[in-house]
Design a protein around this ligand. Sequence first.
Ligand SMILES: [Zn+2]
Length: 114
Amino acid sequence: MEWDLSADGPFGVLISRDHEDVIVYQAKTTKAHQAHIILHEVGHIIAFDLAGERPPATVDRTCYSDRDERDAEIIASTIMSQAISMSRRVRSHGLDEPWRPSVFNSLVLTDGAV
Ligand SMILES: [Zn+2]
């Protein structure tokens, strides 16, 4: 969910509920930065689930340890790298895949930079 977050606060916030996670990300930034913010928060979800350490939903999800932040960044960068790589391969083969707009365009900005 895009939101006008305070400029001196976090760029993204993860709100976990019993059956869903909501990622709130800064509205006042570039689409590329928004994509990274979202993937970073997804990285937190994946890292906690892989480690079996998911904090309770009531825990403030804006304060993480350095290890948690590192893990989230590694996962976010890995997902973005793989998405860009796949996008390049798809483009190089001239494939037009129906799932691409809903998946890749939400993660990879197709402005010709990839
Ligand atoms: Zn983080």
